[in-house]
Design a protein around this ligand. Structure first.
Ligand SMILES: NC(=O)c1ccc[n+]([C@@H]2O[C@H](COP(=O)([O-])OP(=O)(O)OC[C@H]3O[C@@H](n4cnc5c(N)ncnc54)[C@H](OP(=O)(O)O)[C@@H]3O)[C@@H](O)[C@H]2O)c1
Length: 176
């Protein structure tokens, strides 16, 4: 099952601090929403897969992320299935579920973090596309996006833009 990764990173590939994203960038939130919700077929939804810590970092207002099938990974939680959110125990199980049980309802699959799930996802040859928002600033982080340069090449890059004191750029990488 082919899938993509979407992440926002600062100058040192930092992703988060103390369980949250340590910046506010509404342009990136809009980009994230657009990329992860847009489908070719109006009858289908995209899938977002995240680790338990990332799920916990979302406020009640934003979870489950609307208009997407949310899959949360936890090695300890019991498997649970509802209309909008599935809890399961491995990335491979999540991908198999989408392929076997939800193929008629699901379109694209996005791994949306955090650090541990990105690390595992990047090992998979099925991870074809990386959507990376680069925030051109040093921001204190305690978890980081893994090394990816050897397997991926830059496909496109937006012109730099600025919001408040944050300069940022949207990049898309494809697996070589
Ligand atoms: N900048 C960004 O784009 C971005 C995006 C997302 C998140 N973040 C940030 O990243 C941080 C969270 O990242 P994190 O690495 O701490 O946590 P995480 O990857 O979101 O979640 C880790 C948890 O997921 C479960 N898990 C991990 N690997 C698994 C596997 N192979 N199979 C099944 N379950 C698995 C485990 O849950 P159990 O302990 O329950 O087993 C683990 O404790 C936060 O600061 C968040 O704000 C940033």
């Amino acid at each position: 099952m082919v899938f993509s990764i979407i992440a926002a990173i600062e100058n040192n590939n930092g992703l988060g601090f103390e369980g949250q994203i340590p910046w506010q960038l509404s342009a990136d939130m809009r980009y994230f929403k657009k990329i992860t919700t847009t489908t070719n077929s109006s009858s289908k939804k995209n899938v977002v897969i995240m680790g338990r810590n990332t799920w916990n970092s979302l406020s009640d207002k934003y979870r489950p992320l609307p208009d997407r099938l949310n899959i949360v990974l936890s090695r300890h939680a019991a498997e649970q299935f509802s209309k909008s959110t599935i809890w399961t125990t491995s990335l491979q199980k999540a991908l198999n579920l989408v392929e076997l049980e939800y193929s008629s309802a699901a379109e694209q699959v996005f791994v949306i973090g955090g650090a541990t799930i990105y690390k595992e996802a990047l090992k998979s040859v099925e991870c074809e596309t990386l959507y990376l928002t680069r925030i051109m600033k040093d921001i204190k982080c305690d978890c980081f996006f893994p090394e990816y340069n050897k397997e991926y090449e830059l496909l496109s890059k937006s012109v730099p833009a600025k919001e408040g004191n944050l300069k940022y750029i949207f990049e898309i990488y494809k697996r070589k």
